[in-house]
Design a binder for this molecule. Sequence first.
Ligand code: PGA
Length: 245
Amino acid sequence: MPMRKFIIGNWKMHGAAAEAHTLVEAVAEAAAKAPQAEVIVCPPTTLLAQVTSWLVGSNVKTGGQDCHAEAEGAHTGSISAAMLEEAGAAYVIVGHSERRAAFGETNDEVKKKAQAAMGVGLIPIICVGETAAERDAGKAEEVVARQVSESLPKGHFLLAYEPVWAIGTGKTPTARDIESMHAHIIAVAARETGLARERIFVVYGGSVNAANARQILATKGVSGVLVGGASLKAEAFCNIINSSE
Ligand code: PGA
């Protein structure tokens, strides 16, 4: 039996309640017809509890977009993993390149966040990926290997390969480049964790849309997709869910 594919929508800082409701209803309907997909939506934290409640009875899960590494404390503006869990999340994205770039998050911090998430029963989606300059310098594999080996916690996690230059740009790596980087990530993660390669799941993210999802999802070593822009459009995201057959 083929593995289920993860179809993850990262709404980033988008979404008001009214439009989110329409979107989520469409996503739940598409997911009901796609038992082969594990569909996850990651709304802004303010909408997390509400979106989760709209999805009760569906097979769509929710996730946070980040969490703090500590359980609680004087961290104005931050959200702990336990808070996300209480709001209904099952997953949380950690180490997204936008956070690594804008907030200077290091691999070590990402690992601590992932550990905090697992500590409350959330599955962390740990993002890695090289910049255009790193790829041009022939350092993509080296950079990604370091991110993987330094960011991985012990336990149950998902990895997301998101080349920074592919996020929101409309550019995607070739299928061959995706396949080879996913194989590389799986090998590094297996070595670091002692897990069997079949137990390591790597989703691809960066300009996934309705037109390219089927080919990306069919690429060897790709266990799903992490979708930004196209996850905000009901038709596009539902098409991506359908592409997971
Ligand atoms: P994109 O974003 O699909 O808009 O490129 C992906 C992501 O940042 O997770």
